[in-house]
Design a protein around this ligand. Structure first.
Ligand code: XLS
Ligand code: NI
Ligand code: NI
Length: 453
């Protein structure tokens, strides 16, 4: 399922981003800062349009709600859509700004947490009414603009009640509250025709093993995911469920540590058929993996569902969520995505925030345009590498000894350990074979610098 409806510029009562029109593709030669140089949504690459490859989404939390505060300082951005005193008025203003922003970028999707859309109220019942009211408003804006929901999720980490976790909280009352919130968020996602639903286990983990029964908490997490899946499927939800791995922050240790850990968890608890992975760049690097590594692990298991695009910082060890700008790294990532046959159900969500001292309205545009263009360039480069360079052949040739004869017999399970012993004695020490890493690195460099105009 891909939203291919035409995207129409959709303003509310106020135009928030005055002076910025619809961002258009102008080609690599353009000097216009508010234009795409590489992202041409209708251009077909490797059998699909760029729009279909990426399914770019704006992250409501960072882009519409992020005001620049950090643990050391107050907000630095006072966006006009954050000013209304009445919470529902403010929610509608924010949504007007969201649709203006998304449609000016010409994108077809957004992603949200329940309480990005409205502020959480004092009671669950009141929060639910607020969400129903904004849902009706969102549906109007979506119908007018053609924009859809890539995925929805529930914020199970900000409220103090979740300080010891949500589904893995040692207190059942909190688990029940989390369940209620997920039910409401699933209802909302379905009401908005959301294509997928995400679980990021922000505080599903521990601060100290001394007070933690890890096995019991993991059992609860699995039980909780089973309940959520059963409920949504019963309501007719056909989209994908994604787990978003992250090793730590805010917990010292997060149970969904990385792609391999989550894959093992899903297998152990019988969830592998209904859940896939949402791989985030900066979470991969926090786990001491590269982004392509995490993508490849997900792809190996058939679980490459979606990605959260951002980047970390080479010197800082935390989730800085900067906008992507590294063409070399993204080209390696696009190689994995293309060879895996693309993302299953998901797309590219900009889970990225502008820096605290980026305080102009147009900074949001520069950030997204840059991120979108670097993905488009990476796609073009990766496609060229796969189709016009010796990249595939070099890698394939490293494994040529398994293509026939005894290597093939090993691969297909026809040899015993004793056979390996006999074979090794017979063939003796063989010449060394180069891994050709530098040659392959040069191929990437050549193709990222050598794009046709
Ligand atoms: C935080 C996560 C979060 C999820 C959605 O690090 O990336 O933003 O994507 O809950
Ligand atoms: Ni994320
Ligand atoms: Ni993150």
């Amino acid at each position: 399922m891909t939203n291919l409806r035409p995207i129409k510029l959709t303003l509310g009562e106020t135009e928030y981003f005055k002076g910025i029109g619809k961002i258009r593709f102008e080609g690599p030669g353009s000097d216009h800062p508010m234009a795409y140089r590489y992202y041409d949504e209708n251009r077909v690459v490797a059998g699909k349009t760029m729009r279909e490859h990426f399914k770019f989404a704006v992250a409501y939390w960072h882009t519409l709600c992020g005001a620049g505060s950090d643990p050391f300082g107050a907000p630095t951005r006072f966006y006009p859509w954050m000013q209304a005193k009445d919470p529902m008025r403010q929610a509608r203003d924010k949504m007007d700004a969201a649709f203006e922003f998304i449609t000016k970028l010409g994108l077809a999707y957004f992603c949200f947490h329940d309480f990005d859309l409205v502020p959480e109220a004092e009671t669950l019942a009141k929060s639910e009414r607020r969400l129903q009211s904004i849902s009706a408003y969102a549906r109007e804006k979506m119908a007018a603009s053609g924009v859809g929901v890539l995925w929805g999720t529930a914020n199970l980490f900000s409220h103090p009640r979740y300080m010891n976790g949500a589904a893995t909280n040692p207190d059942f009352a909190v688990v029940a509250h989390a369940g209620a919130q997920v039910k409401i968020a699933l209802d909302l996602t379905m009401a908005l025709g959301g294509e997928n639903y995400v679980f990021w286990g922000g505080r599903e983990g521990y601060q100290s093993l001394l007070n933690t029964n890890m096995k019991r908490e993991l059992d609860h997490l699995a039980r909780f995911l089973h309940l959520a899946r059963d409920y949504a499927r019963k309501q007719g939800f056909q989209g994908e469920f994604f787990i978003e791995p992250k090793p730590m922050e805010p917990s010292k240790h997060q149970y969904d540590f990385d792609a391999a850990t989550v894959t093992g968890f899903l297998r152990e608890y019988g969830l592998i058929k209904d859940f896939k992975l949402n791989i985030e760049v900066n979470h991969a690097t926090l786990a001491w993996h590269s982004f392509p590594h995490e993508l490849q692990v997900a792809a190996n298991a058939g679980l490459l569902g979606s990605i959260d695009a951002n980047r970390g910082d080479y010197q800082n060890g935390w989730d800085t969520d900067q906008f992507p700008n590294n063409l070399y790294e993204l080209t390696e990532a696009m190689l994995v995505i293309l060879e895996a046959g693309g993302l299953q159900g998901g797309g590219v969500n900009f889970d990225a925030k502008i820096r605290r001292n980026s305080t102009d309205l147009d900074d949001l545009f520069h950030a997204h345009i840059g991120g979108i263009d670097v993905f488009a360039r990476a796609l073009l480069a990766a496609d060229a590498i796969l189709t016009q360079s010796p990249y595939r052949r070099i890698r394939q040739e490293r494994y040529i000894s398994f293509d026939d004869g005894e290597g093939l017999a090993f691969e297909t399970g026809k040899l015993r350990l004793k056979d390996l012993h006999n074979i090794a004695r017979r063939i003796g020490e063989q010449p060394l074979k180069s891994g050709k890493q530098e040659q392959l690195e040069n191929i990437i460099n050549r193709h990222i610098l050598h794009l046709e105009p």
